[in-house]
Design a protein around this ligand. Structure first.
Ligand code: ADP
Ligand code: MG
Length: 740
């Protein structure tokens, strides 16, 4: 008998070869197959008459093949396949470029379903056309009369699900339709997975019914709701997926609370030490956030906290305050930055701020001499250094600590999610290793074995990020971290004035830069590429640097910074800019991350249309850090796409990093948001965290309430079933780390 857990190769019509193809798509059981939802639906019950079609609309039509053939265009020498379909006297032209493969495909008299964007016919003599329509020849294979009619009833006369094809088109939408239909027919009752009270509160329909409705909607179902995934069937499946994600994350958080950590003491002496270093009055947000961090650090389990704060919100001082708590308790602190420039900058500000505290602060960078590095590492392993600052890679790969208590990860924007998890784990391992063998190279394997036998205290972890994380992501990928938000900028800053200027008016921009320089203010000028390239007409950093120096801004001191310079050169330029010895710094996005020069008050971004929204926001964050009024000038070339236009409008409309992050997520979609596809993203099948954020919030609330109100030691049957479901689905479905 078929069950949800039945492997797909036992489904009638699926052999081992096809099963393998499906496995590649993450479909290995009947249940997986049922989560393969249509990506759209066609109304073939009430298809549009050809006569009613209007140019510009997306439409499904069912019509008869009248004729077809291949012709070549003189202009591009392309093969174009044309098929004419008709209904009575109305006609529709369908065109496929490079359509040779379609020769012989259509026979006059066949019924075809066509879907695509209707346009005025540009190739023939008036009338309407669809270019590259999706199509299906209805009732094609001669499988015998009866079988044919039964199969046809899945293709016409109803709302028909359209599936993404697989195996380079060999497994067609039609194939999925038949397989999934037959699976649903043969599947007996499906056990409920969500506790009954929640189903009731959320008005969820039963699982089996939801599968039916999402694949084979009833005749009266609204096409708009289907496309928006808002039918009761969709809602049920989406909620279920999000509910178990949130339940798993919540359990993971709870489990973390059972790991042994360090209870740092926060007594008057520590408080005094913190007070002594503060160079300014902390903002209310900084106070609130420090309180959250300090209270975590006092707990007997390891802190895992995310500190989110827009660029310039003052995260550094908060991190150093946390460091003082650990150091005053006799522990070491590691502060890791994504680049050497940033590590160095952190080192310099730590030195400045902690100057009178008497701590040993070390900077460890890749470009140091081997001997020097070895020396430093020995100090760290002996416990001589209290605060160790370096790049992520360097610290996590080569440094052993005598007694690490706090790991601060400045992840900024470049740092992916996966690395973050690795670092945390690594941090706890290094603690394990050094606590047993402080002076020799640890053997990872034995260290790990020891960890199992007597789990030592894990250090606390504080991850700082300058990319505000949209709430939907905070609820999913970062769902197992506690989160603190610095939602206030330090006082005395006036908002940056942002303006968009087309390239034709560049001369005005350079005049402005000259005036600002005369007033003693510095300017960044950012380009999307380092060097000019013959294929694209894009202004580039190196060429513009020369042009600005010689022709446009002679007399000003101009510097050049880009990723291909040697580390030393980069540092030298940066240092000169920092000291005010350079008026205009021409750069690529290497300055995007964390650079702090308060006297720089103008940010000119050329070809702003080519930058991502998060990048633009980061770049703008480099200015507005001092007392002078700051200006961000977005210069645009001639070709600005619609999406780029939206990004520019967002930049002009708001400076709120959270709003920008939400918009960025919307524009790019969850997969692309972090640059690396799927970096730690749960692989959701039916839910989309942007589209379904309302259900995500509800799922989180229900999951948390369920665990809060239940006896987890002796779960009631409902809950036990939910846990069972979670256990069997977590690893495969959500692709996250194992759960307890
Ligand atoms: P980010 O969050 O981007 O890392 P920083 O920690 O670099 O921000 O702080 C940005 C600037 O604001 C620094 O020059 C810092 O000295 C200053 N700053 C931070 N907090 C305050 C405060 N409470 N009052 C005044 N200036 C502050
Ligand atoms: Mg910073």
């Amino acid at each position: 008998m078929m069950e949800l857990t039945t492997p797909v190769q036992y489904v009638k019509g699926i052999g081992p070869r096809v099963a393998e193809v499906l496995a590649g798509k993450g479909i290995s059981t009947v249940e997986d197959l049922l989560y393969y939802l249509p990506f759209r639906y066609e109304d073939r019950l009430n298809p549009r008459g050809l006569g009613e079609l209007r140019p510009g609309e997306m439409a499904t039509v069912i019509a008869e093949v009248r004729g077809s053939g291949l012709f070549r265009t003189r202009r591009a020498g392309k093969d174009i396949f044309q098929m004419t379909a008709g209904q009575g006297r109305s006609k529709l032209t369908c065109l496929w470029f490079h359509g040779r493969y379609l020769m012989g495909k259509f026979q006059p008299g066949q019924l075809v379903a066509l879907y695509g964007k209707v346009e005025e016919n540009t190739w023939g003599r008036g009338g309407l056309q669809i270019i590259q329509p999706q199509f299906e020849i209805l009732g094609e294979n001669g499988e015998g009369e009866a079988a044919d009619r039964a199969a046809q009833s899945l293709e016409v006369g109803r709302i028909v699900p359209i599936y993404e094809s697989a195996a380079n088109g060999k497994l067609t939408s039609r194939w999925f339709r038949r397989i999934i239909h037959s699976v649903l027919e043969n599947l007996p009752e499906v056990a409920e997975s969500i506790p009954a009270p929640i189903c009731e509160r959320m008005a969820l329909i039963p699982r089996r019914q939801a599968f039916w409705q999402a694949h084979w909607p009833e005749a009266g179902e609204s096409l708009a709701k289907l496309q928006a995934a808002r039918t009761p069937g969709h809602r049920r499946l989406i909620f279920e997926e999000l509910f178990f994600l949130e339940l798993g994350l919540e359990l993971k958080r709870r489990k973390q609370r059972t790991h042994p950590g360090i209870s740092f003491e926060l007594n008057d002496r520590v408080r005094q030490a913190i007070k002594r270093i503060l160079p300014f009055h902390p903002t209310a947000a900084q106070k609130k956030v420090l309180k959250e961090i300090a209270s975590d650090m006092q707990q007997p389990f390891p802190m895992r906290r995310l500190l989110q704060g827009d660029v310039g919100s003052g995260k550094t001082i908060v991190a150093l305050e946390a460091a003082i708590i650990a150091i005053e308790n006799g522990y070491q602190v590691a502060l890791m930055a994504p680049t050497e420039i940033l590590a160095t900058q952190h080192y310099l500000s730590a030195r400045r701020i902690l100057e009178h505290a008497g701590y040993r602060i070390l900077l460890l960078t890749g470009s140091m001499e081997q001997d020097r590095k070895r020396d430093l590492r020995r100090h760290i392993a002996r416990g001589d250094a209290q605060l160790v600052i370096g790049t992520h890679a360097l610290i996590q790969e080569t440094v052993e600590f005598a007694n690490i208590g706090l790991v601060i990860v400045d992840e900024q924007h470049r740092f992916g999610v996966i690395q973050r998890f690795k670092l945390m784990r690594k941090a706890s391992e290094s603690q394990v290793e050094v606590s047993y063998e402080p002076h020799c190279t640890p053997d990872g394997a034995t260290a790990r074995r020891r960890k199992l036998s007597s789990a030592p205290a894990e250090p606390d972890t504080l991850v700082m990020t300058a990319t505000p994380i949209p709430r939907t992501l905070a609820l999913t990928i970062y769902g197992d971290l506690d989160s603190s938000v610095l939602d206030e900028l330090p006082p005395g800053r006036s908002p940056v004035i942002t303006q968009r200027v087309p390239d034709e008016r560049a001369a005005e921009v350079w005049d402005f830069v000259r005036k600002e320089a005369a007033a003693g203010h510095q300017t960044y000028v950012v380009y999307p590429v380092i060097e000019e390239n013959e294929e694209r007409e894009v202004k580039a950093a190196i060429q513009m640097y020369n042009k600005l120096r010689r022709e446009i801004l002679p007399g000003l001191r101009i510097g050049l910074l880009h990723g291909r310079l040697e580390a030393e050169e980069k540092d030298a330029v940066m240092r000169r800019f920092q000291k005010g010895e350079v008026d205009v710094l021409v750069s690529t996005t290497v300055i995007e991350v964390g650079v702090d020069v308060p006297n720089a008050s103008v940010m000119v971004i050329e070809h702003a249309e080519m930058f991502g929204l998060a990048q633009l926001h980061q770049l703008r964050g480099r200015i507005g850090r001092g007392p002078a009024q700051s200006y961000c000038i977005l210069m645009t070339g001639t070709k600005v796409s619609e999406e780029a236009e939206q990004r520019l409008q967002a930049m002009l409309g708001t400076s709120d990093g959270f709003k920008i992050a939400e918009l960025d997520l919307e524009l790019r979609g969850p997969g692309e948001f972090f640059g690396t596809r799927q970096a730690g993203m749960p692989s959701l099948r039916v839910a989309n965290i942007v589209r379904d954020r309302d259900l995500l919030e509800l799922a989180k609330k229900e999951a948390a309430a369920l665990l809060a109100d239940s006896n987890l030691e002796v779960p009631k049957p409902d809950l036990a079933r939910a846990f069972g479901h979670l256990r069997s689905h977590w690893n495969r479905r959500y692709g996250l780390v194992e759960v307890g």
